[in-house]
Structures are given as structure tokens and as C-alpha cells.
Design a protein. Structure first.
Length: 440
């Protein structure tokens, strides 16, 4: 087993081998699951990722813990849902955000305790060290990002490869990149790949003020501009995919590649007005919570898997070699009957929900906890909401049963207060978050 020996004691110095594999986690910010070629997308956005699926199990019904970065990444790093870690925007005061309490054992701390060296190369302002997501990392190389001011995926991945090459001891490496987060600033030769000849009134990058107004729904562009922005987003995916190709080549050149564990996912997706809004953080619909999830490790069968999974399942796989991801990928079969929780909203009243193989339940909660609004949806084969069932009395008992299940999983149906609340930690972080449209 590729991680079994890590559950026992270890003796320093460790040497990278089949019992102590390098573990690499790649988080591509704002990456929709349905925009991947291997998932059936018609534009050739992901040739390198498509080729990588020959080596990796990929889960077509994977869902993030939230629709925005901070709570979702905290779940990736701790394996628990936002209602447990409470690294959320405070529902009582939107100027306050949670930071991770030291009582949680992070992915990095798991590996640090087992003798691994640990590093993260991070680019989102909602992952600034002040939010305490850096627990357990020997190196936490953080560069905050605005809409267009950010370290590129290519530079980030090369920094990670350089860090790996500096030492032969087993390593946990986390790589986070901003593309394809808005505002899109596509570099040659990728600029124009999908947008050339498209009619539009505006050009990317749009600028901080306009993007923020679009996020807040104060500006709704015409359909031609919507299509153009969607195509520009695809060009940034292509740009990231090219950088991933270089990362894969660099990892495969290492002598440890044969037993390296490599996972790739996103913190959330992106909406292009499918539900009347742009960007993310305002809803828990599948378009902003369904994410790619690929896992490459010895003993796992490559190829698609339709098991409903979430980021806590990935954490369990990476730290204990157990759980739904491992069980499904070892056998190559889909495990039925699983439930994933998504919660927390960046803009507007709090929302909580769960997704199953066939249903999504979402409950919107005002700050005073009264007048909760529940909506039940039937999901299609992709995992998207196909039909709202909330107004059909025939589904009332089913909705109540899901609400009770969600209550049992969370402990209540109420919003949770942010843990260790802090205002925007530093002026620099505030400026970055304002540039991303997250503060006023």
C-alpha cells in the first residue's frame, strides 16, 4: 500500500521510496469540471490533463466544500467541512473572516509528523498566512494576487519543482495557481485561441471596477460579451494546462516518479450567468461547487469514476490511504449512495446544502436564523441541477429527509460563527481582496 507505512512510526533520515512517496497536491483556482476535454468539453482546453488521465483516476462528480476559496481550501487542508473548521465569512459581520484554529491537524502537519519536508506555493489572498492555513509547512511561499497581478502557473510550478530538486527526502508539495480566476489576462501564444473573431463590446482584461460590478450583478453584459468572456476563461485554462504539462514532465524526470502520489483539484468552479450571476461565491449550485478531481497513485485504476465525492474524501485518501476515493479507484467501480456537504456564501445570506447521486438540497438562512428557504433539485447525469422539485408536494417527504440528514451531518441547520475572527489582516491583503471584488 502506498501510504500504509506512514501510519506507523518512522526513522530519520527517510529516503523517498515506494513506502514514503512524494505527495503533490495541485489546486487550480476557479476551475470548472465541465471545461475539461476528458470530461467531454468540445474546445481543446486541456490536452496535457487529458493525457494525464491515462495515469490517474478522475472523479466526474466531485464537489467542493464551498463556492469560494477560504472555506473550501480550509477543508482541503483539514479534511473537515466548513461547519467544523469555521473558516468562513462571519454571518453576523461580513467584515470578519475566520482563521484556522491550531486545534485542527492539517495535511502538512500530518506529513511533517511523519518526517516529511513540506512546502506550499500559494497565490490567492484568501490563503494569506494570517488565515493560518500555513500550519505545518516548512515553506509557505505566498504571493497575494489581484485580478491580473499574480504569479503565473508556469512560474509557480517551476518554483515547486526547484524546491523538490533541492533535497532527496520525501516531500509534501502543495501548488496553488490563480488562473483561470477572473480577470482574464491571457499571454501569447494562448491569447486568441478561442476568442479570435468573436463579436464583443469589451476586451479582457476588463479592469477591477468593471469585474467587481459584474460580480455584484450591477452590470450584466450582452450575450455576445458573455460568450466572449467564457471563451477567454477557456484560454486561461489552456494556459494553465500548458504549465501543467511542464510540471508533469518535471515530476516524471525525477527518480521518485514511479511511486509519486499526485492529486489535482480546484477550490470551486465559475458561473457564466447559468443562474443569472457571474463568477462565484454567491450560490452552491453545481456550476460553482462541482470541480475536477484527479488522483494518481500506485494501485489505483486510471479512468473516469462517477462516485459522488468531496474534498474530505481527498484528504482521507492522501493521509490514510482509505475512504471512498481509494476504494472506488482501486476497483474502478462507482460507489453509490454517497453524500457531500457544501456550505457558506461570500455574498448574501448564508447557505448550506448537500448533494447526492441524484439530488441537491440547498437551504438559505438569513442572519437571524428565521425563515429558512429550502430548495430541492433533481440532478442530471453530469451532476447539474436539471429540475427544481421544491414546489411539488410529491417530493416534500424526500426534501425533509435530506434536511434531517444534513442536520445530522452538521449538528444543526443554523449558520456557524467564524472561528478566531479577524478583520482583513493587513493593508496589502485588503488591497488584494478588494482587487478581487471581495471587499467594498
Amino acid at each position: 500500500m502506498w501510504l500504509w507505512s506512514l501510519l506507523g512510526c518512522w526513522c530519520a533520515p527517510l529516503v523517498v521510496d515506494s513506502e514514503h512517496p512524494d505527495v503533490v497536491l495541485v489546486i487550480v483556482d476557479t476551475l470548472r469540471q465541465d471545461r475539461m476535454g476528458f470530461a467531454g468539453y468540445t474546445r481543446p482546453t486541456t490536452p496535457h490533463l487529458d493525457a494525464f488521465t491515462d495515469q490517474a483516476a478522475w472523479f466526474s462528480r466531485a464537489f467542493a466544500a464551498s463556492s469560494w476559496t477560504l472555506p473550501s481550501t480550509a477543508t482541503l487542508f483539514t479534511g473537515v467541512n466548513p461547519s467544523v473548521h469555521r473558516v468562513v465569512r462571519d454571518y453576523r459581520d461580513p467584515d470578519l473572516y475566520g482563521s484556522l484554529e491550531d486545534t485542527h491537524v492539517t495535511l502538512a502537519e500530518h506529513y511533517k509528523a511523519r518526517g516529511y519536508r513540506t512546502a506550499a506555493f500559494i497565490n490567492n489572498a484568501f490563503m494569506a498566512p494570517e488565515f493560518n492555513l500555513h500550519q505545518g509547512f516548512d515553506v509557505y511561499d505566498y504571493e497575494g494576487a489581484g485580478l491580473t497581478d499574480h504569479r503565473t502557473a508556469a512560474v509557480t510550478f517551476q518554483a515547486g519543482l526547484d524546491w523538490l530538486a533541492a533535497d532527496d527526502r520525501p516531500a509534501l508539495l502543495v501548488l496553488h495557481v490563480m488562473e483561470p480566476h477572473a480577470d482574464y489576462q491571457i499571454a501569447p501564444p494562448f491569447a486568441g485561441t478561442f476568442t479570435t473573431g468573436m463579436p464583443r463590446k469589451r476586451e479582457v482584461p476588463l479592469g477591477d471596477e468593471l469585474v467587481t460590478r459584474m460580480i455584484l450583478n450591477q452590470v450584466v453584459p450582452p450575450d455576445a460579451d458573455k460568450a466572449y468572456l467564457s471563451a477567454a476563461y477557456d484560454e486561461e485554462i489552456l494556459q494553465v494546462d500548458h504549465a501543467l504539462g511542464a510540471l508533469f514532465d518535471g515530476l516524471q524526470a525525477r527518480k521518485a516518479w514511479d511511486h509519486t502520489v499526485l492529486a489535482l483539484t480546484s477550490d470551486h468552479g465559475e458561473e457564466f450567468w447559468e443562474w443569472g450571476r457571474y463568477e462565484h461565491g454567491h450560490t452552491l449550485h453545481s456550476v460553482v461547487t462541482q470541480v475536477p478531481l484527479l488522483l494518481r497513485a500506485p494501485g489505483l485504476q486510471p479512468g473516469p469514476n462517477a462516485t459522488t465525492v468531496g474534498h474530505p474524501d481527498l484528504f482521507e485518501a492522501l493521509t490514510a490511504n482509505t475512504g471512498a476515493l481509494v476504494d472506488a479507484a482501486r476497483t474502478g467501480t462507482t460507489l453509490p449512495g454517497r453524500t457531500v456537504v457544501s456550505e457558506d456564501i461570500l455574498y448574501g445570506p448564508q447557505a448550506i446544502g448537500l448533494v447526492t447521486d441524484a439530488r441537491r438540497l440547498t437551504i438559505t438562512i438569513p442572519p437571524d436564523g428565521s425563515q429558512k428557504v429550502a430548495r430541492l433539485y433533481a440532478l442530471d447525469e453530469r451532476g447539474w441541477e436539471a429540475q427544481e422539485l421544491s414546489h411539488d408536494p410529491a417530493y416534500r417527504d424526500e426534501a425533509i429527509a435530506y434536511a434531517r440528514e444534513l442536520e445530522a451531518l452538521r449538528g444543526s441547520l443554523d449558520p456557524v460563527a467564524a472561528a478566531a475572527t479577524t478583520a482583513i489582516p493587513t493593508p496589502e491583503t485588503f488591497d488584494k481582496l478588494r482587487a478581487l471584488g471581495y471587499t467594498e
